[in-house]
Write a new protein. Structure first.
Length: 149
């Protein structure tokens, strides 16, 4: 249970770190989660529509529109029409938002990377496996709680 308790403590600390970022930048915690979801999708080479973003965050259509409008007004995201299908509008993170995030989260990310350099390939595989399993368990729990797949 010690590892579970440490994971919980890390989760709480990271949540507080994210909340400080949101507060300092006049954002709602959901705004930060949205930016993270959009950056993760971009890193995976995926375009994200407002509907997909809302589904990922558990928001209804009106809440998603308000979220994207708020982030767009703040200059954190842009709505972009698809080159292939002009009816399709995706949401992308503006580079200024990425830079703002790196100012706050960069030192912590650097620290995490430095810590990981201390592990060999087998240990990194174990860490990756544990974190992947925990993420999947949390996603399954969320899906069961919301009745979504």
């Amino acid at each position: 249970m010690e590892i579970v308790h440490l994971l919980r403590a890390v989760t709480v600390e990271l949540g507080m770190h994210s909340a400080r970022f949101a507060q300092r930048n006049g954002m709602h915690p959901t705004d930060v989660r949205a930016l993270i979801a959009l950056m993760d999708a971009a890193r995976a080479g995926e375009e994200t529509t407002a509907g997909q973003l809302g589904a990922a965050l558990g928001l209804n259509s009106a809440g998603t529109t308000a979220l994207v409008d708020r982030l767009e007004r703040a200059g954190h995201v842009r709505r972009v029409r698809s080159d292939r299908d002009r009816r399709k509008v995706t949401v992308t993170v503006d580079e200024r938002a990425v830079a703002l995030g790196w100012q706050h989260f960069g030192p912590l990310i650097d620290r995490a990377v430095d810590l990981l350099h201390g592990y060999d390939a087998r240990e990194l595989a174990a860490i990756r496996g544990f974190l992947t399993g925990m993420r999947e368990a949390a996603q399954e729990d969320r899906q069961q709680a919301t009745g979504s797949a």
